[in-house]
Design a protein around this ligand. Structure first.
Ligand code: CMC
Length: 427
């Protein structure tokens, strides 16, 4: 079977043979298809990049039809069960699981860079008291660039690694400070004796006790949630990270831009939107009326549907299990019953079945965060902590890929043809 695609242009009768590699044709191979010498050549039109591969990647594999997610070949279920977030971060960034020595040194390097410059802390303190923590996060991550001399040396692998470590270490501190800010509480400095997730809980919840002791079940749940969010191939925020990175911006600015893309309710802001939706529904009895509203197009069922998964999101199944363990410690979140009823009805309803709409990662994650005592505004920030690893791995892959160039899509211009300027008193 030849690995080619034969195209006949009915406008000219010309035939073209285009190579197929990895089930893909190169969009630039279409450019030779012209009606005459002056023709620009054929382009493909793909709003939202639904069927366009922008890169080759070796990081994350998703089979949306079968509900499969793997990082560097390892199934998400195994990583969520056996691994820790920092170990998974190493795997995602460097391609292989670390040995004991590599992991110890990696954990040490990350843990010992968690402190922020005091001037950044002062800057964060100057935000309005009720500023959304995700806005604070986005602004503060971008500001990190101002404290880093080597931030713009993106072609130097050693400098890149320094920035990667610095960002992975500092994003939880920024996230926790944004939470303390929202609560009007003093910021808590990192505790380098604790794990990545344990320290994050410390920075969020420590009060007057001399030493904060994270509750093991919550520490583990948070670590697993970070693992589940760590990467998800070319989603909206990762594509933003790559687009910004492709112009060789520093990684702090690029990661801030990626976080901004994540913030929207159709992406990482969905877990916040799910909680608001569950609160609005208020009672299991009101679920059928809400489903009706969704089906008439008045609203969307937040936490349902996915561009890639046309089956149960494997992350949602894992989160459901963690939720049970968290609720044993925190008490059951009363909104869980509404969520379970929504899921039950939706999975039986023709509207959702025919469109292959299943719960995604955000449907249950917010219930866990809320049970841990976090306000809805913090949910996208928590997503950003885990996803920072994926953003940075994808950024590194982009910069070392000789085929990559500055991101610059084409458009189909349908505006006015050339016309002459009319002075204002003649309009
Ligand atoms: N509730 C009701 N209908 C929906 C939903 C939903 N959540 N999602 C999709 N549909 C319908 C949509 O109306 C359309 O129907 P029709 O063909 O009759 O016009 C059909 O399903 C296809 O939807 P689409 O908008 O073309 O799908 P998309 O791939 O462009 O959008 C999505 C994917 C995730 C943005 C969308 O499913 C959505 O808005 N979901 C709710 C928000 C959400 O939970 N986002 C988190 C995604 S997972 C975490 C992450 O990666 O960020």
């Amino acid at each position: 079977m030849p690995d080619t695609l034969t195209i006949t242009d009915d406008r000219t009768g010309n035939t073209y043979q285009i190579p197929i590699e990895h089930g893909t044709i190169r969009a630039m191979d279409l450019r030779q298809i012209k009606t005459d010498e002056n023709d620009f050549g054929l382009m493909s039109y793909d709003p939202g990049y639904i069927n366009t591969a922008s890169t080759k990647s070796t990081i994350t594999y998703i089979d949306g039809e079968r509900g499969i997610l793997r990082y560097r070949g390892y199934p998400i279920e195994q990583l969520a069960k056996e691994s820790t977030f920092l170990e998974v971060a190493f795997l995602i960034l460097f391609g292989e699981l670390p040995n004991r020595e590599e992991l110890d040194s990696w954990e040490h390097d990350i843990t010992h860079q968690t402190y922020l410059h005091e001037k950044l802390k002062s800057l964060m303190q100057s935000f309005c008291h009720d500023a959304h923590p995700m806005s604070i996060f986005i602004a503060s991550v971008a500001t990190l660039a101002t404290f880093s001399t080597g931030a713009r040396s993106v072609d130097d692998p050693e400098r890149r690694l320094e920035q990667v470590k610095s960002l992975i270490a500092k994003v939880p501190t920024i996230a926790a400070f944004s939470f303390r800010h929202l609560r009007g509480l003093p910021y808590v400095y990192p505790d380098t004796d604790l794990s990545y997730s344990g320290n994050f809980l410390n920075m969020m919840f420590k009060m007057s006790e001399a030493k904060y002791k994270p509750e093991p079940a919550l520490e583990r749940a948070l670590d697993v949630l970070f693992i589940l969010h760590a990467d998800h191939e070319q989603n909206c925020s990762t594509s933003t990270m790559r687009a910004i990175g492709s112009s060789k911006s520093d990684p702090y600015s690029a990661l801030s831009g990626a976080a901004a893309a994540l913030y929207g309710p159709l992406h990482g802001g969905a877990n916040e939107a799910v909680l608001r939706m569950l609160q609005e529904i208020g009672h299991v009895d009101h679920v059928p009326a809400h489903i009706k509203q969704v089906k008439t197009g008045e609203s969307r069922l937040m936490g349902f549907g996915h561009r890639v998964y046309k089956n149960y999101d494997p992350r949602a199944s894992i989160i459901k299990e963690i939720a049970d363990r968290v609720f044993e410690v925190t008490g059951r979140n009363p909104l869980l019953d509404i969520a379970l009823e929504l899921e039950r009805i939706a999975l039986e309803d023709e509207y959702f079945v025919s469109r292959k709409l299943y719960p995604n990662v955000d449907f249950y994650s917010g219930l866990i965060y809320q049970a841990m005592g976090l306000p809805v505004e913090m949910f996208p920030v928590l997503f950003a902590i885990g996803r920072s690893v994926g953003w940075l791995a994808q950024w590194g892959e982009l910069l070392t890929d000789p085929e990559q160039r500055i991101a610059r899509p084409r458009q189909i211009y349908l505006g006015a043809d050339q016309r002459d300027y009319t002075p204002i008193d003649k309009r």
